[in-house]
Design a protein around this ligand. Structure first.
Ligand code: ZN
Length: 124
């Protein structure tokens, strides 16, 4: 994704530069101001895509902290708990479509935790 956004950003910036140059040609008198501004806008969009693409690819190099989701059965007579990998769209107190494997009760997200592999020095 990073390389593609870089190409798109470059293409938009190049198109903006072309419009800028085109707006400066004397035969485009009437449209030159519009082309000039369009060129500036396109160049800024292109460079922002370039910049965001760069920072995104830098982020990709860092491994995301492993996040887990804790599901709990809502049946008071059953205390089934399941911890699985965090999935997009998970939020605390979300009712899950999946049912409790023990009692077919409703499962709800009780917590979302970030698991730290390397434990930092305890403060106390
Ligand atoms: Zn249950």
């Amino acid at each position: 994704m990073g390389a593609l956004s870089k190409i798109i950003g470059l293409a938009i910036a190049a198109a903006g530069a072309f419009l800028l140059w085109w707006g400066l040609t004397p035969e485009m008198e009437g449209l030159s101001l519009i082309l000039f501004f369009l060129g500036i806008i396109l160049m800024s969009i292109g460079s922002s895509i370039l910049f965001s693409g760069k920072s995104r690819s830098e982020k990709e190099e860092e491994p995301e902290p492993p996040t887990v989701t804790e599901l709990q059965c809502q049946n008071p007579n059953c205390d089934f708990k399941e911890i699985r990998d965090f999935e997009k769209g998970d939020y605390i107190l979300k009712e899950m479509e999946q049912r409790c494997p023990k009692c077919e009760g409703t499962m709800m997200i009780e917590g979302i935790y970030i698991v730290r592999k390397e434990e930092e020095k305890p403060e106390f």
